[in-house]
Design a protein around this ligand. Structure first.
Ligand code: FDP
Ligand code: ZN
Length: 335
């Protein structure tokens, strides 16, 4: 039998002690979140925050519980100088002498919890340079290319961890018996071409003309200019759609739309787009907002939204070309 590599062993050989310790902290919190999700309705975690459970106690929604678990664990890690969460308006300074900043989406796809579908925790790790001072929001406003680690924990039919430190992508599966993450792939790669795409097509009338044209071409399949049939998959949790792309290829889009004025797309740059773009690029894929490489965009504020097109390299390049041909120079107001 081939010896199994645990997450602890992998971290020891593939990253710094500071990053290893931070990932270990995240992994411990992920196990607690996964256990609560497994209990489901029995844990009393369904429904809206503010509701009362059967005992008449105030009920917390699982995204709030996950946020609190991660925030508490990370702020107690001496390597962590600051924490930003999609759930919190402001950043939390942690340990002034820490060397890392962590941004996370505690439970991506949270509308999936109540229907027993896949959700996950996404994290992005940035360097911190102002030791001895309290971290501020300005310290977080670094472009995604500065990330030194990123990944996600996915709570699906099994719990998994995908992580990159900028030298490829590794995937782990949580073993409920030994209660450890075990390495299952130390070099995840995405193929450059695909015949599978993910988009919420109900927003079609709000998209820019090049995006409308792109999806029209895919729908035409082998009767159109692309001369092959395409298939749609949409889980409606970015984490699950991106995970599928890492497992079997594809392109994922939540493009610019005019549905809500001032909102350039739906996804958050710092908690969703940046970490997933880092993972996808490290697996040989590409990621753009339609015009620019996402990892090159300097955020203006921590909760900024951004259009996202990521996955198979050649397909992403094709979408970018359509935007260029249509004369789109910047992908809308990145409010
Ligand atoms: P959710 O609102 O459930 O948290 O984070 C935003 C997100 O999920 C993504 O995970 C997902 O890809 C997208 O929203 C789904 O949006 P639609 O409901 O518009 O399909
Ligand atoms: Zn999310």
């Amino acid at each position: 039998m081939v010896a199994q590599t645990t997450l602890t062993q992998y971290l020891k050989n593939h990253t710094t002690p500071e990053l290893a310790s931070t990932i270990t902290t995240l992994a411990t919190a992920s196990v607690a979140i996964s256990q609560l999700l497994n209990k489901g309705a029995l844990a009393g975690i369904h429904g809206e925050a503010g509701n009362q459970n059967v005992q008449g106690e105030a009920q917390k929604k699982l995204d709030v519980i996950s946020n609190d678990l991660l925030l508490n664990a990370l702020t107690h890690n001496p390597n962590c100088a600051g924490v930003a969460s999609e759930e919190l308006d402001e950043i939390n300074p942690a340990n002034d002498n820490g060397t890392l900043l962590v941004a996370f989406d505690p439970l991506d796809g949270s509308s999936n919890i109540d229907i027993n579908m896949t959700v996950g925790t996404i994290f992005s790790i940035l360097p911190y340079h102002n030791q001895g001072q309290k971290a501020t929001e300005a310290d977080f406003l670094q472009k995604g290319a500065n990330q030194i680690g990123a990944g996600y924990f996915i709570y699906g039919t099994s719990t998994m961890l995908t992580v990159t430190f900028g030298a490829g992508v590794a995937m782990f599966s949580f073993d409920p018996i030994s209660q450890t993450y075990i390495l299952i792939n130390d070099d995840v790669r995405i193929s450059s071409d695909t015949a599978e795409y993910a988009i919420n097509a109900s927003n079609r009338r709000y998209w820019l003309p090049p995006m409308q044209q792109y999806i029209e071409e895919l729908v035409q399949g082998d009767t159109g200019v692309r001369a092959k049939d395409y298939n749609t998959r949409w889980v409606a949790a970015m984490i699950a759609d991106v995970h599928r792309i890492l497992m079997r290829g594809g392109i994922f889009m939540y493009p610019f739309d005019t549905k809500i004025t001032g909102k350039a797309g739906k996804l958050r740059l710092m908690y969703e787009a940046n970490p997933m773009s880092f993972v996808i690029e490290q697996a040989g894929g590409a990621s753009t907002d339609g015009v620019e490489r996402i990892l090159d965009i300097t955020p203006t504020h921590i909760h900024q939204r951004i259009p996202v097109v990521l996955g198979a390299k050649n397909e992403v390049a094709y979408v970018k070309d359509l935007h260029k041909t249509a004369g789109i120079l910047a992908n809308g107001d990145r409010a």
